[in-house]
Ligand binder design. Structure first.
Ligand code: PMP
Length: 350
């Protein structure tokens, strides 16, 4: 017997590489290439740091209120956390508490199976169809909960709200979580369905479309009962999850809707340009509605392209995993960054 026998041993989630050098064109972790809203930068400089000696508001009231106003739901229908990873992790802990397996796609956000393992939640994956679309029928089997991203990651494919509703409708006895981390780049949120389904939970983030990955702000929306259950678990883990600057600066980001639309619009326009260029160079990909493209080349292996780009200080994401080991996930950067990427690919692929 050793102390190590009782350790909870995990194979952790591996986040994309954060390069030390500033010269890298970083297209590997789906951040926004533009700065946060101007008022965020201004207030960050003028912030009353004397307040840092005090604990933050445990309920993140101002941020919760700003989100409730923006999305037209009650404050009691919003829950905020330290990035959507924090929110999702608490959701797994709170709502996936059955002996039956939870369901998620086989190709999806690679944190889901890690949380399931961490909390000892049985799970079963539902294979995506050959065209990478979500197999709605697969989500009609008996289960202890359902989660999928929309648009899905890393494919970028958006499932219509009809499909999303079909999955929710088929699962009235469990919580269905729609992870909308990438919803602001041309998809349609399931938010209008909240009225109809009390077991629906929608998770979103400030990390991609609001250009604030470094501040760690995520949130979810559901009916008041579901949010109350989530708060009870949160307050059983850590009362002060969100720090003061994140709460204050997050409000300013929500208030500047024009800037939000401007930067998401720019990312979408750059994405469409990049799709055409990638096609011209012999890549194929599912039609992304996210801030990344999941591309495969007709003749050159993804791993070789990945290594070549890395050698030229352009970072994209590659997973050596079944089904997806000939694909690269390329985050949409600025026009200039994407032009540099395309030029590098052109030089390599001939
Ligand atoms: N969901 C999906 C599908 C993601 O790709 C990510 C980004 N890694 C997240 C959630 C978490 O993002 P964050 O914690 O920065 O909000």
């Amino acid at each position: 017997m050793s102390w190590e026998d009782n350790v909870r041993k995990m194979v952790p989630y591996v986040a994309g590489e954060q390069p030390k050098s500033k010269d890298v064109i970083k297209l590997n972790t789906n951040e926004c290439p533009y700065p946060p809203a101007p008022a965020v930068a201004k207030l960050a400089q003028e912030m009353d740091t004397g307040l840092f000696r005090l604990y933050p508001d445990t309920d993140s009231t101002s941020l919760t209120n700003a989100l409730s106003e923006y999305y037209g739901v009650k404050p009691g229908q919003v829950f905020v956390g330290v990035g959507s990873d924090d929110v999702l992790s608490l959701c797994f802990l709170t709502f996936f508490n059955s002996d039956k397996p939870i369901l998620f796609p086989d190709v999806t956000y690679s944190f889901y199976d890690v949380w399931a393992d961490l909390y000892k939640i049985p799970y079963k994956t539902v294979p995506l169809k050959d065209d990478w679309s979500i197999d709605v029928e697969g989500f009609k089997q008996e289960n202890g909960g359902v989660i999928f991203p929309n648009p899905n990651a890393p494919t970028g494919l958006f499932s219509s709200l009809e499909k999303v509703e079909e999955i929710i409708k088929a699962n009235p006895d469990v919580v269905v979580i729609v992870d909308e981390a990438y919803i602001d780049f041309g998809g349609e949120s399931a938010l209008p369905l909240l009225e109809k389904y009390e077991n629906l939970l929608i998770v979103q983030t400030f990390s991609k479309s609001r250009a604030m990955a470094g501040l760690r702000i995520g949130f979810c929306m559901g009916n008041e009962k579901i949010i109350k259950y989530l708060n009870d678990v949160k307050f059983s883990v850590n009362s002060y999850t969100m720090n003061r600057p994140a709460q204050t600066l997050g409000v300013l980001a929500v208030k500047d809707d024009a800037y939000f639309k401007e930067i998401t619009g720019k990312v979408m326009a750059t994405r469409e340009w990049t799709k055409k260029e990638l096609t011209r160079l012999g890549f194929t990909f599912p039609d992304s509605k996210a801030n990344f493209i999941f591309a495969s080349h007709e003749s050159v292996p993804a791993k070789d392209i990945f290594n070549y780009l890395r050698g030229h200080n352009i970072y994209v994401r590659f997973w050596d995993k079944p089904r997806i080991n000939n694909h690269l996930r390329i985050t949409i950067g600025t026009d200039n960054q994407m032009r540099t990427l395309i030029a590098a690919l052109e030089a390599y692929l001939g």
